[in-house]
Every structure is written in C-alpha cells, then in structure tokens.
Design a protein around this ligand. Structure first.
Ligand SMILES: [Zn+2]
Length: 460
C-alpha cells in the first residue's frame, strides 16, 4: 500500500468488499437512528412496509424509498427550520448552510459538530486526491454567504492543513491586484485558485482589461467545482492557457457532503467518502438499482451513514454519471465517475436527449470567435419539436458584417455535436459569466427568469 496516496489510508485503501463489511453495521445503525428520531422517515418506511431491522447492508438499503431535496424544501417553505428529516435537537446543530445554486430559495441544511468533522474528512480525502497538500495556499472564491463552497469547504481545506485565504465572490479587480502582489517563491507548496471554472474565465478576461499578465502571477494550480464544464477539453485548455496553470476538477454533493476529486490522470472523480456515505447507481426512469460495473451509466444516489443532524437516506442527486471500476494509473482503486449531466438539465428536442454540456463542447470549437459562454432558453415544454434559443457570447473583435455567418456556423456545430438545430442569438462579451455558478439552462415555459442579456444579432 502506498500510504502517501491517501489522506486516510486505513479506509481509502480498502477493497470494495472490505469497505462493504465496514459499512454494513453503520447502515443498520443510521436507519435505526432516523426511524427513531424523524417522523418523516418513520412514516415513509412504514408506508413502504419496511421495518428498520430489515435494512442491514447495501443490498437491503434498496428496500427504502428515495429522498428528494425538493420535498424537504417544500416542508421548509411551510415553516420548518431544517425540515422533517431533522434527527438531532437544534441545540446540537452548530452550523446552517444553504444549497440551491444561483436561483430560487435555498434549502437549509444543518450540521452538528460531528457532522462538520465528517464533512471535513470527506473534503480532505478528496483534496488530497487532487494533490492539495498542507504547504499549499488556497484562494477560496466561493460564496461565503450561505453556501457550502464558502465556509464548509474552507474548513475542509483547514482540516487538511492548507493555508486558506477566504476571499468569497465579488470585488474581482481587487482580487487580481492582491494576487499580483503575491511573492513568487515564498511558499513551499502551490498557490491554488479554488472557484467555479467560469469564474476563472471571467477573471482572465478582467485581467486582460486591467493589463495584468496572469502568467506573471504565482498561481499555477486551480481546483474547480460548483459547475460542470472542465471535462470539456477545450474549456479546460482555455483556462490552463489563460492562467498557465494545472487544473483539477472537483465534485461536491452538498446535502450529503460528498466531495470527490480527480487525480493527476484525469480519469474521472475518485469516490473517497467510504465509511461516511454509501453510493448507489439507479436507472433514473425505472429507479431500479444498476450494478456498479465498469462503464455502467445511471443516476447517483447517496445515503449518509454517520450523520446526526439531517441524515439523507437514498437521496437522488439527479446527476447522470458513468462509473469506472478498472484500476486507475495512480494506484487508487475506489470507483471513479464522470458526470454526463444533471438529469434535471437534460431536455428532449425532436426525440433527442440533450445535455447543455454537449452545446458547450460544440461552441468551444468556434473559439476565439465566441467566448464559450452561453445560455439555453427553453420556451416550450419538452419533449417538443420547437428548438430552444441558444444565446451565445461573442468575442470583441467579430465585426458586425460577420455576425450572420457566425450564426450559421454556430447552428452547424450544435446540429453536428448536440443533434438539434437551435435558434441563435449573439450577445456581447462579458454578459453571461457570473461570479456565482453560471446557470446554462432556463426553463422559460416554467417562468424561469433569464438573465438580462444584450442581444447583438438574431438569426436572420
Ligand atoms: Zn487515479
């Protein structure tokens, strides 16, 4: 065993079978605990005709109903602070954060001191996987106001022993000025940017406007989370070239606290939350469990097995993934996964399943005429034969005389790579990327508010 591979070798180096043996009693204990302490879980298990004693291992977990975050959010809107799955008294809860991304009312999550410790542990394991070490200095550009990426991830970096600069979002010019004064050789580790990938792009554009050469800064590494996109090679390359940095992709599921990172071989996220969270793969339509075999595709479902405040039992993530169980070149043997898309974000046009990621991939082939930023507006209830509108950000130096031919090229690449023919609107540079998570899909037919964009040219 190569101990330096892992933050917690005694758990992370276990084989899948050894891990299952360690987790089985924890599953039984967690299920008995939620049944005893939450009327919500008790009623749901009773309605399914399942006694907690029947759930003693991974296979029997599948007897239980799923938990949907949206359902818990509905209880919160009716006046409950954390929701009906709260199992620990509020006096034991030491931290409240929210989830929910860039729009809508956030769902509140509570954590006891032991829950925070478990979150930090999962974070430290995943950060170790992406190569983060105690000598590194991290600039955290996630939102500290409410969201997990701020205070929760901050404490995971601290648990690992790294030096962390809590910057948060906003005041981007001041951030670039601050970074431009960092000494180059004064730390043994690496200066590391921690943000969404689209924020790294936004900072790069801003640096250009300010006349700051990012290559002259000491930031040589970026850990990116909060939104997909880094697995699109052109997008990753764009960030790496703009900053002259190595990039690592990072996955987080805030409700259960799972964090997963990719190793230096970029072969998917290594699942490293063993002993604290159990992962299942399901068919999102039939909800049947899919065996975790090499190459299998399905939706990830997570169950916390040592959670006190707000345990999540079989929580549907709506993340469609492909799993890999073959050994990774790095030597870690936990299963890995690639996120193919959020099943929430998928839509059907003329019978074809479309994920926003495939549109992103298509648009990147047209750089530098387009920036790569875009939003999709779904005006009609899917499945539909009426194509959605794709608003595409263009570069400063595309003359207006070339707009129509650029629109034709955009339609052609999206038709080829994403298999639908969009209506295209060109928008001015810098109007889409945000400091928070960049939302790609707007369901206008549901009343989803699209951002205020400045249309330049529409399809003729
Ligand atoms: Zn690996």
């Amino acid at each position: 065993m190569n101990a330096s591979l892992y933050w917690r070798p005694e758990i992370e180096s276990l084989s899948a079978a050894q891990l299952r043996r360690l987790e089985a009693p924890l599953i039984a204990e967690q299920i008995a605990y939620v049944y005893a302490n939450s009327a919500y879980y008790r009623q749901r298990f009773d309605a399914a005709g399942i006694r907690p004693e029947q759930v003693t291992d991974h296979a029997s977990l599948a007897l239980l109903p799923f938990t949907e975050k949206s359902e818990l959010a509905a209880y919160q809107r009716q006046g409950q602070l954390f929701g009906p799955h709260q199992c620990a008294p509020t006096g034991d809860i030491i931290r409240m954060v929210g989830t929910g991304g860039s729009s809508g009312t956030p769902t509140r999550l509570g954590w006891t001191a032991k829950d925070v410790q478990a979150y930090d542990e999962m974070g430290a394991r995943a950060l170790w996987t992406v190569g983060c070490r105690p000598d590194d200095l991290i600039i955290n550009c996630f939102n500290y106001r409410l969201y997990s990426g701020g205070i929760m991830d901050h404490s995971a970096f601290e648990a690992l022993g790294a030096t962390i600069l809590p910057y948060g979002v906003g005041q981007s010019k001041q951030l670039l000025e601050l970074l431009s004064h960092f000494p180059k050789q004064d730390i043994k580790g690496e200066y590391t940017l921690y943000s969404t990938p689209s924020y790294a792009v936004r900072l790069a554009d801003l640096a250009e406007d300010m006349g700051i050469d990012l290559h002259s800064l000491p930031i040589r590494k970026g850990i990116f989370s909060g939104e997909p996109g880094l697995q699109v090679p052109g997008y990753r390359q764009r960030i790496e070239e703009a900053w002259n940095m190595r990039t690592c992709d990072f996955y987080g599921a805030a409700e259960v606290g799972v964090q997963s990172g990719e190793c230096e071989y970029h072969q998917g996220f290594h699942f490293s939350s063993g002993g604290l969270v159990v992962a299942e793969l399901i068919d999102p339509d039939s909800t049947e469990v899919i065996p975790m075999t090499d190459g299998a595709k399905g939706e990830l479902v997570f169950t916390s097995i040592q959670r006190q405040a707000c345990p999540m039992i079989r929580q549907r993530t709506h993340d469609t993934v492909q799993v890999f169980t073959d050994p990774c070149a790095c030597g870690r043997h936990s299963f890995r996964f690639n996120v193919l898309g959020r099943s929430d974000d998928m839509f059907i046009v003329k019978g074809v399943n479309v994920f926003p990621l495939s549109v992103q991939e298509a648009l990147l082939s047209l750089r530098p005429r387009v920036t790569g930023e875009f939003v999709i507006q779904l005006e009609h209830v899917p499945p539909t034969d009426i194509p959605p509108t794709v608003c595409v950000e263009i570069s400063n130096d595309v003359p207006i005389t070339e707009h129509q031919s650029l629109i034709q090229d955009i339609v052609a690449v999206i038709s080829k790579h994403a298999n639908f023919t969009p209506r295209v609107i060109l928008v001015s540079p810098g109007s889409i990327a945000s400091e928070h998570k960049t939302k790609r899909l707007y369901r206008v037919y549901e009343g989803d508010q699209t951002p205020a964009l400045m249309p330049l040219t529409m399809e003729a």
